[in-house]
Design a protein around this ligand. Sequence first.
Ligand code: OGA
Ligand code: NI
Length: 328
Amino acid sequence: MAPPSQLPSHEEKSADAAVDLGIPVVDLGVLVNGAPEERSRAIRDLGRACEDWGFFMVTNHGVPEALREAFMDACKELFSLPLEEKKEYMRAKPMDPIRVGTGFYSLVDDIPCRRDYLKMFSHPDFHCPPKPTNLREIAMEYSTCTRGLLLELTKAISESLGLAGDRLSEALNLESCFQILVANNYPACERPGEEALGFSAHSDHGLLTLLFQNGVNGLQVKHNGQWLLAEPLPGSFFVIAGDQLEIVTNGKYKGVLHRAVVGGEKSRMSFVSLIGPCMDTVVEPLPEMATEGRGLEFRGIRYRDYMEMQQSNSINEKTALDIVRVQH
Ligand code: OGA
Ligand code: NI
């Protein structure tokens, strides 16, 4: 059976994988410790990455390889626990702090690819299932370490807008920022070669998302109207700009559309650490980001309400953002 036209074709994926796509690379070491001139250049490049792509890789990020591996192994262990152990979390609703689920994102029923996931809110309050027993300690450390990294990036992003480093952090109350950890598990396809979506096109609801995968590619990013398969530099993380960054910058930086394709013989896993504003913060464009003639592009919305709305099943792609867009 030919794959339905909405699904990515095989040619599209392999052609993209073979070329250097020019995905921006941000060296966190330079942003944090670079000499002033080197640092200014890095901030400018970061600004361009946010404006042109909403997507980049981060290197020299300081998250130990061993911690990443340990987090991956503990999540794997959770997925392999008997259903009985996870039942309580499988009944959870989108805004519950721990949720285990299976999402069928295929557009046609007879493509057997699917996504299993574990979501846990990790800040300001840390939540974690009790099993596997080592998950708690590892996830807590992973959460702290990646939150530090994302907050450093936020500071530099604030500067890239010509603002003080703490401007975004203060506007979004990031000292009590929301953070969620997600592990996505895409089982191998029963009919390899027949590609399908593991996670349909969407932008993330938060400010910034950090993602790494288990060595199997599958994340695609929409850039200049085309889907590109993102292949990471060894050891790097992907950073994905989310809807709150688009709102607060009045659309200068955009929450980027991305999706995950599946279809290989190997199962694929991805691990996400996302930060957003404090849940009770009303997020609105910074007044200094108003554009000439058009003013502010979005009305304010409480982040908790935005998240709730975006998590409802009727929203796809970036339609959640349209709800707060000001009609000119
Ligand atoms: C997500 C996401 C993509 C992937 O969890 O929000 O976009 O590659 N995941 O799993
Ligand atoms: Ni996403």
